[in-house]
Design a protein around this ligand. Structure first.
Ligand SMILES: [Zn+2]
Ligand SMILES: [Zn+2]
Length: 335
């Protein structure tokens, strides 16, 4: 049996460790992918620490995967060998359960999460369901496309379905792996884009990415800064920092909404009266439309800013991501 290199988490809390394992075989409706790039996402911490039910260890994490199809199982031959594909958080629907048979794939009773319920892309090869694959355009590099599969798909779909209109004030809290893409999407969608981060170190790059305004959350009352601009119709919270999120509630315009895409450990605090008076809402978002995000990114030149690491240095890339010291997305460049 031919072997491959992969980075594995042996048990909850274990270090990311380089191992050799069998190259997996694609089953029915599955494809074997030779991995070229895999982004390092905060969601991988769920695999590392086992903080969701249903995660079986040992596990290969990674859900921002780009590679080429090298082999397909029965029922997946529409994906030709050599086709460059991406796989995100959703590991796809099964195609065999009752809801799938009725075409209600969203209700699949056997849906998968890449890198959590099945092995992901911190490896030279991975198997993915054909239903999880999206095509990667030739114009995009594999390392450049990888962050769009989760970070891009999440921020893109949250903003696109927020109901904000061109010209509306839209704030992006946190300028990291998700936020630096959020700023670009907000700018390209025509919003008056406000970047919010701590300190001044990310101010220049935020303007370069397309921000119209920058608010230093350490340098004063960020909510007051937003009110000065008329208040935000949407605040997209990408940094899992409960204090920072709490502090922005007062910066929403009437009817405004706060959309949380990265969950802080600590609770956020709020006075419900403020929600009531302003008709405000706070919601979580985990929807991802990777294919649409990729098409939009190509058309409007949204490009991740990345640091690349070889597979052997995955643990270092993961630690930098957890410490939020990556500018702005760590991507494993494989093979
Ligand atoms: Zn199903
Ligand atoms: Zn992710």
């Amino acid at each position: 049996m031919p072997l491959m290199k992969a980075v594995q988490i042996a048990h909850p809390g274990a270090e990311l460790t380089l191992v050799e394992m069998d190259i997996p075989e694609p089953g029915e409706r599955e494809a074997l992918i030779r991995v070229e790039a895999c982004g390092v996402c905060h969601g991988d911490a769920v695999a590392r620490f086992g903080t969701m039910p249903g995660i079986v260890h040992p596990r290969v994490p990674g859900h921002e995967v780009v590679g080429t199809v090298v082999k397909t199982g029965r029922g997946a031959s529409a994906w030709k060998q050599g086709t460059r594909v991406g796989v995100g958080w959703s590991g796809g629907w099964c195609g065999a359960c009752d809801p799938c048979a009725e075409g209600r794939h969203h209700a699949c009773t056997d849906s998968l999460i890449t890198g959590l319920s099945v092995d992901g892309g911190y490896a030279e090869y991975m198997v993915a369901r054909a239903s999880a694959l999206v095509r990667i355009p030739d114009e995009m590099s594999s390392v450049g496309a990888a962050p769009l599969l989760c970070a891009g798909a999440t921020t893109f779909s949250a903003l696109q379905e927020s109901g904000a209109k061109a010209g509306d004030v839209v704030a992006i809290q946190g300028i990291g792996g998700l936020g630096h893409l959020g700023v670009q999407y907000a700018n390209r969608m025509g919003f008056t884009t406000v970047a919010i981060s701590r300190g001044r170190s990310k101010e220049a790059i935020a303007y370069e990415l397309g921000a119209d305004h920058y608010i230093d959350a350490e340098g004063g009352d960020a909510a007051a800064g937003l009110r000065k601009l008329g208040g935000a119709k949407v605040i997209l919270c990408t940094a899992p920092d409960a204090a920072s999120i709490t502090g922005l509630i007062g910066g929403m315009a009437d009817g405004g909404q706060m959309i949380i895409v990265a969950a802080p450990h600590d609770p956020i605090q709020l006075h419900p009266g403020r929600l009531f008076e302003g008709g405000l809402s706070i919601k979580g978002w985990h929807g991802q439309r990777a294919g649409d995000a990729i098409a939009f990114s190509l058309r409007f030149e949204v490009m991740p800013v990345i640091e690349t690491y070889p597979l052997e240095r995955a643990a270092e890339a993961f630690d930098k991501m957890m410490a939020a010291t990556v500018r702005f997305r760590a991507v494993l460049s494989i093979g």
